[in-house]
Design a protein around this ligand. Structure first.
Ligand SMILES: [Zn+2]
Length: 243
């Protein structure tokens, strides 16, 4: 019985501040005995009476979304999470940008995320934090490239913002440089052109005049007279190699 009375007392203690505060705001300046949980000031609105510190911090600090595929973004496209979300279609299939009126905008957005602000319906890449444009994320890059021509799709078709489009084009270029993406080079037929050096217009390089006259390459070389004993020593060392 005593325990149930205490429980009722505790409940009353929790409820009373919010009820009593608008009725008697100036009483809360004094510490009311039996109401230790009352922490409101008379200038505070009743709706703020249950605000705790944690929620205030949450409101001040924006939530930064970090992907667990940050280090290996290409793993996301293989994951079950991705297949469940997109299936076999590309990430931009079915995306439609919200716009006023009947005529859609002729250009895509500059960017979907400005600082901490995210626009209403972000583009297919910006809306999913796990999708990261990277030159090794080949499966993603291929979704934005025409398989027949190898040309990157126009952003008006895919709907991605210009910021992501620039990153995408850059990543495609890097992937081609690193050999992650194959591409075709137009074939040039060289058969009708002469690249040989045996053409009449190409003359023979004459030998240097010093060698043709039988002189040594360096003039000072002939002036040096070596010591006979030193020459004998060297000849002895290299006897096996001398002809
Ligand atoms: Zn975007």
């Amino acid at each position: 019985m005593a325990a149930s009375m205490q429980l009722i007392g505790n409940l009353l203690c929790r409820i009373t501040p919010s009820i009593l505060q608008p009725l008697r705001p100036f009483q809360s300046l004094q510490r009311i005995p039996g109401q230790p949980c009352l922490r409101t000031s008379p200038f505070m609105l009743p709706s703020h009476s249950f605000c705790n510190e944690a929620s205030a911090e949450k409101a001040a600090k924006p939530k930064v979304v970090t992907s667990r595929y940050k280090d290996r973004p290409w793993d996301y496209l293989e994951s079950e999470e991705y297949i469940e979300k997109y299936g076999t279609s590309s990430v931009w299939t079915g995306y439609r940008r919200n716009h006023k009126g009947g005529i859609p905008p002729q250009k895509t957005r500059k960017t979907c995320i400005r600082g901490v602000k995210v626009c209403g319906n972000p583009c297919p890449i910006c809306r999913d934090p796990n999708i990261i444009v990277h030159h090794q994320n080949v499966k993603l890059l291929k979704q934005f490239i025409n398989s027949e021509t190898g040309i990157v799709y126009d952003p008006t078709r895919t709907g991605i913002c210009m910021k992501q489009q620039k990153l995408l084009v850059k990543a495609v270029g890097t992937a081609k440089d690193h050999g992650f993406l194959t591409f075709q080079i137009p074939y040039v037929h060289f058969s009708e052109q002469d690249f040989s050096s045996s053409h009449d217009a190409v003359g023979k390089t004459p030998p240097p005049p010093s060698l043709s006259a039988g002189d040594s390459w360096y003039k000072w070389y002939g002036e040096i007279i070596p010591d006979e004993t030193e020459v004998a020593k060297v000849k002895k060392i290299y006897a096996d190699y001398l002809k």
